[in-house]
Write a protein that binds this ligand. Sequence first.
Ligand SMILES: Cc1cc2nc3c(=O)[nH]c(=O)nc-3n(C[C@H](O)[C@H](O)[C@H](O)COP(=O)(O)OP(=O)(O)OC[C@H]3O[C@@H](n4cnc5c(N)ncnc54)[C@H](O)[C@@H]3O)c2cc1C
Length: 369
Amino acid sequence: MHILVSGAGVAGLSLGRVLGMRGHRVTIVERADRLRGNGSPIDVRGDAIQVAGKMGILPAVRDARIRMTEQVHFVDENGTAIGRLPSDIGDSSDDIEIAREDLSRILADALPDIVDLRLSESVNSIAEHHDQVDVVFASGTSESFDLVLGADGMHSAVRRLVFGPEQDWIRHLGLYVAIIDMPREAEAERINPMYSYPGHLAGIARFKDKAIGLLMFASDPLDYDYRDIEAQKRILFDRFAGCRSWKVQTILDAVRADPNIYFDSVSQIHMPTWHRGRVALVGDAAHCASPLAGRGTSLALTGAQFLAEELERGDGDHVLAFPRYEDRQRPYAAFAQGTVEGGGALLVPPTQEAIVARNKLLQPVTAGQ
Ligand SMILES: Cc1cc2nc3c(=O)[nH]c(=O)nc-3n(C[C@H](O)[C@H](O)[C@H](O)COP(=O)(O)OP(=O)(O)OC[C@H]3O[C@@H](n4cnc5c(N)ncnc54)[C@H](O)[C@@H]3O)c2cc1C
């Protein structure tokens, strides 16, 4: 089959790998002009580890493993450590933490020759006829495919074109998050400090030879163009400019300097079905669980694998394969989406009283930690 995949994130590249391995001709279109590797490190966890094994990328993923989150310390306005997250929050020792850029590179290197990856391209329209899908691209070209897979993230264009507007499916969790490159902080101390003030969180995390800044704030949904980085930066300046404590202004300086910040709402996607005709959604496009879940990457891997396996089992018949893929993936997505309860309030307490209550849950920091 000739299959179009929209988006070259973890879901899209994984689809390229698993479908290409099975002999399908795959075209991946990515709107950006490069693979996007920025953002915070991500976790491969649970059954996604086994899936990475089936995909043949597990040794490379293990080789690129990093450890970051263990050293998170909350600090006061002067940078003095006040406690650390209880060690049982979040991770299992089997989880593999890896930089986003490394996982992207590993997946891209693993794309079989039969996969055609086109950067700076995206889908403008999709029209299904009984045995094919006609697609017009932003570049003006048009082409027909047997199947179209939307792996284009929380703001999926395929979902909008085939299933309807984003506001029908998105559930805002009351927070926004930004990740910023901070090259100048990379050589500093080896802990990851986080500073809270009511409705806000600022932090710096280090891994490999890099440092990233984290800004989170509580807010109702904001009206802005999610693709406009300058608009995203203005929102961050507006929200954080008044804070002179700790290193908040240093992080804002990094916002100014970084041309590729990651900024988005902390939201989930909930849909009654992930397929219509010859079109299906995979990864965040179908079931974004939000950064609070820490499982988006693992879901992208399992979703791609299940879809490819079910197409194989159904002998290429999408009418059989798509519902089977959805049946297998739904429990994983529902579990991940359910894990976020209370996570936002822990990271970004809304009031000073809530910060004091949260701090009582922290473990003391002892010398050498
Ligand atoms: C740059 C970036 C940084 C991120 N940083 C974090 C982070 O720090 N913490 C976190 O929890 N999650 C982050 N995420 C989300 C996380 O990567 C996903 O939750 C998870 O990996 C699932 O991946 P996905 O492939 O389904 O979606 P995504 O990772 O969002 O990938 C979607 C891909 O589709 C592309 N795309 C979007 N629209 C179109 C279109 N119309 N046509 C073609 N291509 C399109 C995007 O450029 C992107 O490459 C980030 C995502 C991106 C894109």
